[in-house]
Design a protein around this ligand. Structure first.
Ligand SMILES: [Mg+2]
Length: 415
């Protein structure tokens, strides 16, 4: 048990050495759980003590490293809690942002925004100017801090703090650092989101998009029009796929209001979210509309009828976004592209860190991942077995039989 308060750590003396108290040993004060650090063989449980005084007699966390009478596991756990700092920059030109493709390191073969780990003694601004200049060989001009984010370090119990700046280039002529960057190019925000795996880059791209009038205007997404008078607010939001989550999917599409059939648990699931203060948004690919099988007028009738049924149940949908384009179109909105989610960010104030995408297809999970939000994959066990391999790369945070069960699991995870 790693019990810490205000930089002081509670250790027990055991045969001349200081170590953490073990699970079965009782503590002389009460504690509350504060996470688990998994080191393989050792599991260190972090706990916060309930104390009415400052424990001067405990060991200062920084002094353990120079001592030889402290258990190495204590040193390791304290070292792990030291937050890593990266500093990155979104360089823009109109609605486009500059992204670079790494040759080596953690993001090898993947696109990212310029930046990296800060050096010893270096502030975030100096760090990002140095890293960006090293990577692309040209001076960057910072236009201010976009935001500071925190994220778990993949596969490790450590955490990283990410400073993301906005900026621009003095000159468009890159000299890429050959052993680090193989390519640099300008992308729209929706495209950039599909290219990067870095959560800081994703969250920064969404914040950049929200602050950039030209980027916001450049995104064209169809919506039902429910949100026209809504003031954007950062409220927990569930982004719901339609067919297979809210209503039964049909071979040959839902073409008339009469063919729209709610799934048994869908309304209960939506009600559960709403009762907990969540906002409901629908994001649906309707390529049948692009093929003129279901003209947009007809899609509107189907949705009006769905909304009327939901209203009688006391359920309010904040907006319905739909993509009427066909499979081969280059629109920003067709899932797995995140355009409809970006539109929800713009129109309603949805933030990826406060949102979940719920869908029955692997591409729904992929869409949520692209946006940088949490994801839930729903469907009966036989359905899930069929798509298990396809969904695997997108690792959904929650897997459930239906929307109600997904709602229970999501609400439990978000407290
Ligand atoms: Mg679906």
């Amino acid at each position: 048990m790693f019990v810490e308060t205000d930089g002081q750590v509670f250790l027990v003396r055991d045969r001349g050495k200081y170590r953490f108290p073990r699970g079965e040993e009782s503590l002389p004060f009460r504690t509350d759980p504060n996470g688990v650090m998994d080191f393989g063989e050792d599991r260190v449980v972090k706990r916060t003590p309930r104390l009415d005084h400052h424990p001067e007699e405990w060991m200062g966390r920084d002094s353990v490293f120079e001592r030889t009478d402290v258990d190495p596991l204590v040193k390791r756990a304290i070292y792990t809690t030291m937050i890593r700092c990266v500093s990155e920059v979104i360089l823009s030109k109109g609605p486009r942002v500059l992204m670079v493709k790494a040759v080596r390191g953690y993001s090898k073969g993947h696109w990212n925004i310029p930046g990296g780990f800060m050096d010893y003694g270096e502030g975030p601004e100096a760090g990002v100017e140095r890293e960006a200049k090293e990577e692309i060989g040209t001076q960057v001009v910072l236009d201010g801090l976009l935001n500071v984010y925190v994220s778990g370090f993949p596969g490790k119990p450590a955490y990283t703090l990410g400073f993301v700046y906005k900026g621009h280039l003095k000159s468009d002529r890159f000299r890429l650092k050959a052993d680090e960057i193989e390519e640099a190019a300008w992308f729209t925000v929706d495209k950039g989101l599909t290219l990067t795996r870095n959560p800081f880059a994703k969250w920064g791209l969404v914040d950049f998009f929200l602050q950039s009038p030209v980027a916001r205007r450049a995104l064209h997404v169809k919506r039902h029009g429910l949100s026209e008078r809504t003031k954007p607010a950062d409220v927990p939001t569930v982004l719901l796929d339609r067919d297979g989550v809210i209503n039964r999917g049909r071979p040959g599409y839902v073409r008339t209001p009469e063919q729209f059939e709610f799934l048994p648990s869908a309304i209960a699931g939506m009600r559960l979210f709403q009762e907990h203060g969540w906002r409901l948004v629908i994001v649906t690919n309707q390529d049948a509309s692009g093929w003129k099988l279901v003209p947009e007028r007809q899609l509107r009738r189907i949705h009006d009828r769905m909304l009327a049924s939901l209203r009688t149940e006391g359920i309010r949908i904040s907006e319905i976004y739909y993509c009427p384009h066909h499979v081969l179109s280059e629109c920003a909105c067709r899932k797995p592209r995140p355009g409809m989610l970006l539109a929800a960010a713009r129109d309603l104030g949805v933030r990826p860190r406060n949102a979940w995408m719920v869908g029955d297809k692997p591409l729904d999970v992929q869409t949520g991942r692209a946006f940088g939000c949490h994801t839930a994959w729903v469907g009966p066990p036989s359905w899930r077995k069929r798509f298990e391999a396809d969904v695997h790369p997108w690792s959904p945070d929650v897997i459930a039989d239906d929307l109600r069960k997904a709602a229970v699991a999501i609400l439990k995870r978000t407290g």
